[in-house]
Design a protein around this ligand. Structure first.
Ligand code: SAM
Length: 230
């Protein structure tokens, strides 16, 4: 007689992308008013210096897209001479981003509500795409990363600051156990294979800089493989 097997875990992407996206939006709408407060400590201690590294890698691009702008924490680092489009799924996060843009008197920024899994821009619209702490929460990361690949111009680059699955096997077990909790509380998966997802989406990884123990947070620079004549 066949043994009864436990069902295989269903990968998140195949559950129901539309429903998961609606849940993600609702989560960030709910967290928005306290989001900056929740991260005060990490932001001052670590994130600020990591954001500087991200924007040093962007230098003076003509047109930049920021995915998952949140409350606009990257705005102080935006190059002044670039045209920047920044999108987010959550309209409540965007309200705060708009306030920050006003306070900083940013004239070169367009803030739009959009789903990173289906971006409403023509192919090859941007020189650089930036995402910081986003691919832990986008329901189908590979789909969205493919969108980035589509939107990048030839020789364009994508710069990511992301936390992901650790390299250490013991930590992996802990991260897998804690993941349902972190998703519920902060909307963030802590066991995403972001490096592999970027490659699967067709981007060419150029730089990976481990910023913490076991590669939990990494700065990743990837390039579009498109040729100039394509
Ligand atoms: C952890 S926050 C990071 C915010 C900001 N990038 C930062 O560095 O502070 C993740 C952001 O990604 C946004 N997000 C999640 N899924 C998204 C999607 N499918 N499309 C667009 N934005 C999304 C959330 O609404 C949230 O604002």
């Amino acid at each position: 007689m066949d043994k009864i097997r436990a069902p295989e875990p269903v990968p998140e992407q195949t559950i129901d992308p539309e429903a998961t996206t609606a849940i993600t939006k609702a989560r960030y709408d709910r967290i928005a008013p306290v989001y900056d407060l929740m991260e005060t400590f990490e932001e001052r201690l670590l994130f600020r210096k990591w954001r500087e590294l991200v924007w040093e890698a962007v230098d003076s691009a003509r047109e930049i897209l920021e995915i998952g702008v949140g409350t606009g924490k990257n705005m102080p680092y935006y190059p002044k001479d670039s045209k920047i489009t920044a999108i987010d799924l959550s309209d409540r996060m965007l309200v705060l981003a708009r306030k920050r843009a006003e306070v900083l008197n940013m004239k070169n920024v367009d803030l739009l509500q959009m789903d990173a899994q289906s971006l409403e821009f023509p192919d090859k619209s941007f020189d650089v795409v930036v995402a910081t702490f986003v691919y832990c929460s986008v329901p189908d990361p590979e789909l969205s990363l493919r969108e980035i690949n589509r939107l990048l111009r030839p020789a364009g680059k994508a710069v990511f600051l992301e936390h992901m699955y650790p390299e250490n096997p013991f930590l992996r077990i802990i991260f897998d156990l804690l993941n349902p909790l972190t998703v519920r509380i902060r909307g963030a998966n802590i066991n995403r294979r972001t490096l592999a997802n970027i490659q699967k989406a067709g981007l060419e990884i150029q730089v990976v800089k481990n910023l913490t123990f076991s590669g939990i947070v990494r700065l990743i620079i990837a390039k579009s493989k498109k040729e100039e004549r394509e």
